[in-house]
Design a protein around this ligand. Structure first.
Ligand code: G3H
Ligand code: 13P
Ligand code: ZN
Length: 304
């Protein structure tokens, strides 16, 4: 059984730590994440984007995640990431997801409120909780074209939460999706976070939070990846964000980079070996290592 995302995050909110949201697209990624969670006794939020569902199919990803939740002795929640298509959101609610994100961040304020409210009503009727987004996170995703950062307005955030009844709120503090997050100095708007935390009691979410670890990037580049100019969120910024009230931290890019580095390494080292199990096992192990580091950083180790 999946556990409630709300329960996981409310405990994190009370305990002043964050829990990792990790995106899954296939079995090896999921297994690497879950192995790390079990080893460090951390709750986990597994997430599927609309792109992941399109790639793998909801039945496959749901069953993989449910297998993990039923066999691992840690709390595991399943979450829809960046739900934009109401049909997909409804499908996830009816399927038995723990929570869904409704991403109305591209809409004008009132329209974002109306859409979020609609999803909250549908989801709560089935015991599913809802993450919403106010402000915009930069960068590009599969279904969302590249966009500018618009920082969350703390006053509007309070009104938004009161009007929609959402359970968690994703806020924009200056992070972006993907591996190219910053050109110059890294500076997240902690003042905005502090202001929001004063008035909003629900758990807060940080998207676009990957570190883009140097060791993984170096490894991927050594075996052929072209990744000049990549830059992620430094650990000290993540620690500050948790200190000032972030409770859910989304990571996808670091897993993709680890997967890429592992596959490239193996193919280059063993060009005569074409067994997919041999090709994918090192990627799975690197993902586990990356997730272990994230769990330690977030403070969720031992909270399962
Ligand atoms: O927030 C975005 C996640 O990294 C998912 O990306 O839409 O390419 O699956 P995707
Ligand atoms: P990254 O691209 O920084 O991993 O962010 C992922 C994310 O926010 C998923 O919703
Ligand atoms: Zn995101």
């Amino acid at each position: 059984m999946f556990v409630s995302t709300k329960d996981i995050l409310e405990k994190a909110n009370e305990g002043h730590y964050a829990v990792g949201h990790f995106n899954i697209n296939n079995m090896e990624t999921l297994q690497g994440i879950v192995k790390a969670g079990v080893k460090l006794r951390s709750p986990l939020i597994l997430a599927t984007s609309e792109g992941a569902l399109k790639y793998a199919g909801i039945d496959y990803l749901y069953c993989l995640a449910l297998t993990a939740a039923n066999s691992a002795a840690i709390p595991i929640a399943l979450h829809l990431d960046h739900g934009r298509d109401l049909n997909i959101i409804k499908e996830c609610i009816n399927k038995g997801y723990s929570s869904v994100m409704v991403d109305g961040s591209h809409l004008p304020f009132e329209k974002n409120i109306a859409l979020t409210k609609q999803v909250v009503e549908l989801a709560h009727a089935k015991g599913v909780t809802v993450e919403a987004e106010l402000g915009t996170i930069g960068g590009a995703e599969d279904s969302i074209s590249s966009r500018q950062i618009i920082y969350t307005d703390p006053k509007k955030a309070q009104e938004f939460v009161e009007q929609t009844g959402c359970d968690f709120l994703a806020i924009a503090l200056g992070t972006s999706h993907g591996a190219f997050k910053f050109k110059g100095q890294v500076h997240l708007k902690m003042d905005i976070l502090k202001e929001i935390k004063k008035t909003i009691p629900i758990p807060l979410v940080l998207h676009g939070a990957s570190e883009v670890p140097k060791s993984i990037v170096t490894m991927a580049k050594r075996y052929g990846a072209e990744l000049d100019g990549v830059k992620g969120v430094p650990d000290d910024q993540i620690k500050l964000a948790i200190k000032y009230g972030i409770n859910k931290i989304n990571t996808d890019t670091d897993l993709r980079l680890a997967f890429d580095a592992g596959v490239r390494w193996f193919i280059k080292k063993k060009p005569q070996d074409f067994d997919p199990r041999h090709i994918l096992a090192p990627a799975r192990e690197l993902i586990q290592n990356v997730v272990e580091e994230r769990i330690k950083l977030f403070g969720s180790r031992g909270k399962a």
